[in-house]
Design a protein around this ligand. Structure first.
Ligand SMILES: C[S@@+](CC[C@H](N)C(=O)[O-])C[C@H]1O[C@@H](n2cnc3c(N)ncnc32)[C@H](O)[C@@H]1O
Ligand SMILES: Nc1nc2[nH]cc(C(=O)O)c2c(=O)[nH]1
Ligand code: SF4
Ligand SMILES: [Mg+2]
Length: 221
């Protein structure tokens, strides 16, 4: 598996935001979002370590951290991802979260690992990302209670689109729903005002905590 960085931090996003987590970031992506904060990991020339699922499990065990976040790049493009998840979940105290872009089929993983110990955080890419047409809508049917759909929004047009999608797929009844600003592009208060005006119950605003704690450009945090 092509790993571009691995580190311990607090999770700055997702259901376990604020908790310690160990991060494994994989190389390469099938999308090219306008705002992507990890474009460097998607460059063909980006350096990486070739690690097997066993190597990654050993690293995770050595850290003593219980939450594992698999991200990228697009982690679901790694051909051994299922084997890695299986090996991690075999460890009794490990919880795995996968950040995925909404353009890769999540059903094989969601169906194989129904236990609460695997949660998927799936983006729905909004118009300002430039990638909305790549969204695989069949993924909406595969979501489970422990999963999250995240709308990274950079404009009011994005927010309007998010609201439509949340309603169309009844997302607040299926899973967790988060709205997060494209960092630095929209004031969080605009999102709050939009949520208030539309009475968006059961939707949560989330700001990437690691970009507030550290320099937003810093890697490995
Ligand atoms: C870098 S991506 C990697 C995982 C996967 N490719 C995806 O897009 O979900 C991890 C998360 O960071 C979010 N993200 C990337 N750039 C961002 C930015 N500039 N502001 C806010 N969130 C951003 C993505 O939308 C995604 O939810
Ligand atoms: N601290 C921290 N938390 C994160 N949660 C999701 C991340 C990601 O890049 O997917 C991330 C990240 O890059 N850093
Ligand atoms: S899908 Fe994720 S990694 Fe790929 S370009 Fe978009 S934000 Fe970046
Ligand atoms: Mg990140």
């Amino acid at each position: 598996m092509k790993v571009v960085e691995k580190f311990i931090s607090i999770n700055g996003e997702g259901r376990r935001a604020g908790e310690l987590a160990v991060f494994i970031r994989f190389k390469g992506c099938n999308l090219n979002c306008s705002y992507c904060d990890t474009k460097w990991a998607n460059e063909p020339a980006c350096d990486y370590e070739e690690l097997s699922p066993d190597d990654i499990c050993e690293y995770v065990s050595e850290t003593g951290i219980k939450n594992v976040t698999l991200t990228g790049g697009e982690p679901l493009l790694q051909k051994d991802i299922r084997s890695l998840v299986e090996k991690l979940l075999n460890k009794s105290d490990i919880r795995v979260e996968i950040e995925t872009n909404g353009a890769v089929d999540i059903a094989p993983l969601a169906n194989a690992f129904s236990k609460e110990k695997l949660s998927l955080t799936m983006d729905y890419k909004l118009p300002s990302s430039g990638c909305e047409e790549k969204m695989l809508l069949s993924n909406m049917e595969a979501l489970r209670k422990q999963d999250t759909v995240k709308f990274v929004s950079g404009s009011v047009k994005d927010l309007e689109c998010a609201e439509k999608i949340i309603g169309k797929f009844h997302l607040t009844e299926r899973c967790q729903v988060f709205i997060s600003p494209v960092f630095g592009s929209i004031e969080p208060v605009e999102i709050v005002n939009f949520m208030t005006s539309k009475r968006m119950n059961d939707v949560r605003l989330q700001i990437q905590m690691h970009k507030v704690i550290w320099d937003p450009e810093e890697r490995g945090v």
